[in-house]
Design a protein around this ligand. Sequence first.
Ligand code: NAP
Length: 461
Amino acid sequence: MNTNSSNIMALAPNTSNKRETVCIFGTGDFGRALGHKMIQCGYPVVYGSRSTQISNLIPKDAEVLSHAEAAQKAAIIIVAIQRQHYNFLMPLAEILRGKVVVDISNNLKLNQYPESNAEYLAQLLPGAKVVKAFNTVSAWALQSGALDASRQVFVCGDDTEAKQMVMNIVRALGLTPLDQGSLLAAQGIENYPLQLFPMWKFPIFLSLGLTVFFFFYCLALDVIYTYIYEKNNFSFFIAITIPNRICPVMALILLALVYLPGVLAAIIQLYRGTKYRRFPDWLDKWMLCRKQLGLIALAFASLHAVFTLASPLRAFVRWRTSKGIISQALNNITEPLDNTSAWLSDSYLALGIIGFFFFVLVGITSLPSVSNSVNWREFRFVQSKLGYLTLILCTAHTLVYGGNWFLNPSAYRWYLPNIYMLSLVVPCIVLVAKFVLVFPCVDKPLTQIRQGWERNPKYSE
Ligand code: NAP
């Protein structure tokens, strides 16, 4: 009986679906694009403009009135006008009293004004309920429907009801509102579209710097040295051999750099005997970009896998293999299988393959769509335990590959260590330090500190 009645309710026309009229001040690019989208989603739109003449560009179902007339027709007014023109709103303060006024403006520079545009608007219109929204969506994205990259709309405001009304509109437009709290958050929201990959800057510059360094290092040892001392022209190494040396080295170093700040943080906490003192700024920043470092490391590891798979196709590799076979045939000898080197080569390949598998797993889990579907403990398990396992496997892969070769004096051209030896320095430091940190005599006080215990409490009970 109950089910039937609820079905009838579901089928009955829902009169509350009728959308409220929305007023948009400004018939510029953003005002038009937003108005167009709103009309598509069933909102009656009225424009407030300096000129009430209808142009072809304005959505055809919208009305265009003077600012005062348009504002009287709606409870929500979206101000699609640059901040420097906000003065024109002052005479409208009485009409806008009690109404929801949405600030969508952006600036040209970070922290351009002492207060955010939304706070400035709230000062100009003390009776209005000012909400910040929509500034992270572009007019182009609204018009073309390509909203994939900018579906999130940050919303903030001091009036909860006003914020809810704006968030309902955001949802109705097929976007995702993210409540950022009070109007104090507006400055951050206005700075957001001006930032250019803020978390990627350090990882990208570091990777570029290290890549350039290792490129010249390999060029000197593998191409220039062999040309001078062995009269071999191996300049073609620049295409595959050198990149395939740099990629695994970069992957391993960057992966170790993901875990190094955690180790340093633990050492600092142990030394200070408290977790209630801030880490140095550089360490804070480093910790915040660990995910980006890890993803770049994964990109290098993937390139290494592709380069390695392509290796048998190379003329140089085919020449070297056939040279070996021909020399055996000419000397009428069949070299017996060296079991030790067979073991070593199979082991280093297996370690590399399994290491790469875990690397991909850890990388995938750091993507928001995946990390949102696991709980905090699962996320920590993958990022920390599986991450360390990946680091151990990849370090072992390099160690087994280098093996005796690292100890061979001929590996030191111009007295410089091989690039693979250099790549092991940071991972080995991280692994040894982590190994020490998991000892119960170190781990116990560290766990206590992380639970709030202090060696010399500042505020005694
Ligand atoms: P726009 O194309 O230059 O349009 C601004 C509109 O403001 C004009 O069309 C005009 O409308 C009105 N206006 C100009 N001078 C005025 C004055 N002295 N007094 C009153 N009204 C004036 O700019 P827009 O690209 O639409 O950007 C508008 C706002 O949206 C800006 O604050 C911008 O930061 C923000 N926004 C834009 C985008 C985007 O992709 N474009 C994205 C996010 C946020 P009338 O002629 O109808 O009066």
